[in-house]
Design a protein. Sequence first.
Length: 310
Amino acid sequence: MAALVLTAMIWGFAFVSQVSGMNSMSPFFFNATRFTLGTISLIPILLVRSKRPETAAGNTASHGSPRHTILIAMLCGVVLFTASTLQQYGILYGKSAGRAGFLTALYIVIVPLLAFVFLRRRIGVLTVAAVAIAVAGFYLLCITDGFGSMTMADGLLVASALLFAVHILVIDELGSSIDPIVLSFGQFLTTTIISWICSLATGAVDWAGAGQAWIAVLYAGIGSVGIAYTLQVVGQQWVPPTRASLIMSLESFFSVIGGALLLGEIMTPRAYLGCALIFLGTLLAQAPAKLPAFLRPTTSPSDGRSSRYR
């Protein structure tokens, strides 16, 4: 369990590095460099797993053909690139790690809604309550003086949360037969390539700026992927999926802590209440299935396969 708490902490504090990186880098270039490092950092994990007898024998989750694996990884990578780009632009305009962390966390309550609408998956009363509470929290956090007070940054972050939810459902529907580490490597590589293309096409490559933000890039790349992802894989071997998902929901909480400690961020009491409601909503959306059937939320598609990259 400690490994999963540390994972949530690393991911939460990654929002601080994303804010810091925007002081001297563009969103495209920041994502290009961090995803490059993230992709490279997964190579040792792939090599270690490939030497395991069960992996070599092909008895893991990876049963799809190489063509199928590549296509699904590319599709996931395109969705991940779009979501991460919107998130990074939202952070660029908003400059708040805590706010970004909690608005991004809305993906947890969006997942069952999308699954209900597009995949016809059952939705429980508790999930409906979770969505209502999260929406109330969003209102308190972002709508301070009518809906016109919602900023572009907030809109971009909510859009990114929507796409992160789509990303999870795509993985659940199409990538369940693929080894999660292999799938992650493939989608990160795809995101890296697209980010570099966009960086070069827009003239956003600035190595001097990257030099100023090297700590942020290293943390967001190696810390959020190589270290945190490894801790997640290890931690989920000992903790049930639902409990693991709940523990990793602490990411948004740690984003506020990181923003306050390292960036000096302070929110209004109304905003803190909004964050608390969003956090409560995300917890309810992942409540254990030891409830009456009519209350039970749909099983989170990301159970055991959480791979949203921070």
